[in-house]
Design a binder for this molecule. Structure first.
Ligand code: HEC
Length: 287
């Protein structure tokens, strides 16, 4: 804390307008280390970034099938649409980039982030809609369609960028939001009475109804994803991370929460922080 004050004082002295990067909460860093070490110990042959391949990281044949599909991904048109939307001016002449800091490849990894002033977590999709309403446009749907195209475009542009979500040390409200997300992740729910952790930590690699359970580590490096299953439903196959949360709540026969309310957004905060240090792998195919 004392060190931070000195740095801030120094920055003020220098007249610097550059924001000082907040320091990671020590409690959160200890959680990250424990979370990642669990997976490293259980799968010592895997590198950190290998975990981002989800269910395919657990089975060589499936990984080959996945890699074949990714050579000519079925969703390239949608990424192009995302890029087009990103660059299309609103009625007032501004574009999305006017709402975000930095070049297009540096945007995805700024989210989710803690907004100390607002006292809440902001994720990328929320900021896309905020950008629209700030510029006099209507909100777009949260989970698929245009929202997913734009978000997927930004995820793909950020391929190779490192995830580094910060829960600022000393900010009690930020820590409380993180702890809510953490609690959500470890709470049992639904008729099946299972937590996220029961499936995506305790049962990783096991088969369940034709799926192989993916590790929670790295689950957020490639969202929105394009899923065959979602393609067969109405829509175009794309879904955001919060759409996926809803699906996983339904799997245990729990009622899904509304997207972009505190429950899933705090969960996304926790879930993403746990993968700090991993690279964004770009939008990917899933079964
Ligand atoms: C009954 C077991 C079960 C529970 C409980 C469960 N999931 Fe899942 N989840 C699955 C299955 C099956 C899949 C599809 C295969 C896979 O990726 O693991 C999946 C996929 C996912 C994916 C997509 C991973 C990817 O790379 O495509 C995410 C993210 C996810 N789950 C998060 C969660 C979260 C967060 C919770 C708690 C709210 C949760 N899951 C609870 C079974 C479960």
């Amino acid at each position: 804390m004392k060190k931070n004050i000195t740095i801030i004082a120094l920055a003020a002295l220098l007249g610097s307008s550059v924001a000082i990067a907040a320091q990671q909460s020590a409690q959160v860093q200890a959680d990250i280390d424990a979370f990642q070490n669990h997976f490293k110990a259980k799968f010592p042959e895997m590198d950190l970034d290998d975990f981002s391949k989800g269910p395919y990281s657990m089975n060589e044949d499936k990984l080959m099938q996945f890699e074949n599909i990714m050579e000519m991904p079925p969703f390239e048109d949608s990424l192009d649409k995302g890029e087009q939307l990103w660059n299309t001016a609103f009625k007032n002449g501004k574009t999305y980039s006017s709402c975000f800091n930095g070049p297009v490849e540096k945007i995805r990894t700024q989210f989710p982030r803690w907004n100390a002033e607002a006292g809440k977590v902001e994720n990328l999709e929320a900021m896309i809609n905020k950008c629209r309403t700030d510029n006099g446009e209507k909100k777009i749907g949260w989970k698929k369609g245009k929202m997913a195209f734009i978000s997927a475009y930004l995820t793909t542009a950020a391929t190779g960028e490192e995830i580094n979500v910060i829960v600022p040390e000393g900010d009690e409200k930020a820590l409380a939001a993180y702890n809510k997300g953490k609690k959500f992740f470890y709470s049992k729910r639904g008729q099946l009475n299972l937590s996220c952790a029961n499936c995506h930590i305790d049962s990783v690699g096991k088969k369940i109804r034709g799926d192989i359970l993916s590790p929670a580590l790295g689950q957020i490096t490639h969202f929105p994803v394009w899923r065959g299953k979602w393609m067969r439903k109405k829509g175009n196959g794309f879904g955001t991370i919060q759409r996926r949360y809803g699906g996983c709540n339904k799997q245990v026969r729990a009622k899904p929460f509304k997207v972009h309310k505190d429950e899933y957004t705090n969960l996304e905060f926790f879930h993403t922080v746990m993968s700090n240090g991993m690279e964004i792998s770009g939008t990917e195919y899933r079964q």
